[in-house]
Ligand binder design. Structure first.
Ligand code: SF4
Length: 491
């Protein structure tokens, strides 16, 4: 087979335009349409005046800079230096900027100043999908994933460790200062780099110690990212954040469905237990309506979470961690309650009476007791209770009735069906964000900053989903135009 002629010095009589080189259904074009559809209110919310400043040197257009960041987050290019290189070398970026090449400082300044305001872009993606009727909200699922902080675990210390480090640093500073002041040579105008570095470290350690001395502070602190606690991740214990996402399936149809994130959060608490109510509230605010059913794993289960869901009228399906204990023949659910006389009846027919209220982990619990003598004579003694003196006790929390109702619902086939669907609904989202959008680790430091980073990752995830549907639209192109321009208003 002959080879095609090839020349790197080829001259073109009619050179191709950039527009020709970017396919009509390229994701960069979708990003450009999304950004171009932002109205004045959206730009103002990001603190950007589209008219620009009449004085001074011309600046890069905010549309170009925002498009570059959004497209970068969609494709796993998230650092300003890599984006600068992409703006010089890659066709989609050249097309997005109109062949301009902003440097990493320009790109970084834009992101640093406006990233908090970019969160509203996430809400716009959700509302766009709703306007296009791509999300039915029959079911949604919530989950969390640990994302590494931009910090080394070796720099996490407790108070004792910080004091030892402070001693070492002060010793090193004394030595360096002695060297600096010794000899007859005139002293340099600037401090030696090693001395300046250790002085900075000393200040950092003192600040960290002062933070740990606060009454409500954690027991350990990381010197690189003071907000990032140590968390157990699949790769071991390391500084990380707990990133949350509420996910709804896209209606089956064009492009084979997909998923849309409807709420996001990042917390410095490794446990998910307190995250369900705020995630539900945020999803409802973005979509304008509660989902028919929300599915969560056992990490979210608690009586307080169920009570909050019940108050807001949210229906949830979530197993609980003590599923095995529930199978025990003398679990407290096997004791029936008689409201009229405020007492419980055990499986052997003995009545447990209210004795007192006690506080367990900050929650007021009502304590009911059987008779020790009756329990000692019971065939179940040793299984139901080993307390022969006081007999079996029951601690009943304020949400006990709600927990029992939820257990009854969770025993139904419908609830079990949805719980089984949960991993397939939400977990691929984290896989795509980490593998394809490159977010195994946050690039920024500090809780407020990683919140903005996670929101932009979720925005980019939603735009990937919407782009797939846009290039194979289930609705007319005019529907997309209308959805983009009206996505700022509540659904
Ligand atoms: S041990 Fe006591 S509380 Fe338990 S079943 Fe027997 S009588 Fe009832």
């Amino acid at each position: 087979m002959p080879h095609r002629p090839m020349s790197r010095e080829q001259q073109w009589l009619l050179p191709p335009s950039l527009d020709e080189l970017v396919p009509a259904d390229h994701p960069a074009r979708f990003v450009a349409e999304f950004v171009d559809a932002l109205d004045g209110g959206a730009w103002a919310a990001m603190g950007i005046d589209l008219a620009g400043d009449p004085l001074g040197a011309p600046a890069y257009h905010p549309r170009a800079l925002l498009s570059v960041w959004v497209y970068g987050f969609m494709t796993g290019v998230r650092s300003s230096r890599k984006l600068e290189a992409a703006c010089r070398e890659q066709l989609p970026y050249l097309w997005l900027t109109g062949c301009q090449t902003p440097d990493h400082i320009t790109l970084w300044r834009f992101y640093a100043v406006h990233r908090a305001g970019m969160r509203q872009l996430f809400t716009r993606t959700v509302r766009m999908a709703l306007r296009l009727q791509l999300v039915a909200l029959a079911v949604q699922a919530v989950d969390g994933t640990k994302v590494d902080a931009n910090a080394s675990g070796a720099r996490t210390y407790d108070s004792a460790g910080l004091r030892r480090l402070l001693d070492r640093v002060e010793g090193a500073i004394d030595d360096l200062e002695a060297q600096h002041e010794a000899g007859d040579e005139p002293r340099p105008a600037r401090l030696p780099a090693a001395l300046a570095t250790r002085r900075r470290l000393r200040t950092q350690v003192r600040t960290a110690l002062a933070t740990l001395d606060q009454p409500t502070s954690p027991t350990r602190i990381n010197l690189t990212d003071a907000d990032a606690p140590l968390m157990k991740t699949r790769q071991g214990v390391r500084p990380a954040y707990n990133a949350q996402a509420m996910v709804a399936p896209v209606a089956r149809g064009a492009a084979g469905g997909g998923r849309l994130i409807t709420a996001v959060a990042v917390v410095d608490d490794p446990a998910d237990a307190a995250q369900l109510p705020p995630m539900l509230a945020q999803a409802e605010a973005a979509t304008g309506t509660p989902a028919d059913l929300t599915v969560a794993d056992a990490g979210y289960h608690s009586g307080a979470a169920l009570a909050a869901c019940a108050r807001r009228g949210h229906r949830v399906a979530m197993p609980e961690a003590q599923a095995r204990a529930l199978q025990q023949p003398y679990h407290k659910d096997r004791f029936s309650y008689e409201a009229a006389r405020d007492r419980y009846r055990c499986p052997a027919g003995q009545w447990l009476r209210f004795t007192r209220t006690k506080t367990t982990q900050g929650t007021a619990m009502r304590l009911y007791r059987a008779s020790g003598a009756v329990c000692r004579a019971c065939p179940a003694f040793g299984i139901c209770t080993t307390d022969g003196r006081h007999g079996r006790g029951l601690e009943i929390g304020p949400h006990d009735a709600l927990l029992r109702r939820h257990r009854a619902w969770m025993a139904t086939r419908a609830a079990q069906h949805w719980v089984a669907q949960r991993p397939a609904l939400v977990e691929p989202v984290f896989g795509i964000i980490k593998d394809q959008q490159g977010a195994r680790r946050f690039l920024l430091r500090g809780l407020a900053n990683v919140k903005a980073e996670w929101a932009l990752l979720a925005t980019a995830f939603n735009l990937r989903t919407l782009w797939r549907l846009w290039r194979a639209p289930p609705t007319e192109p005019a529907g997309w135009d209308a959805a983009m321009t009206t996505a700022g208003a509540p659904a």
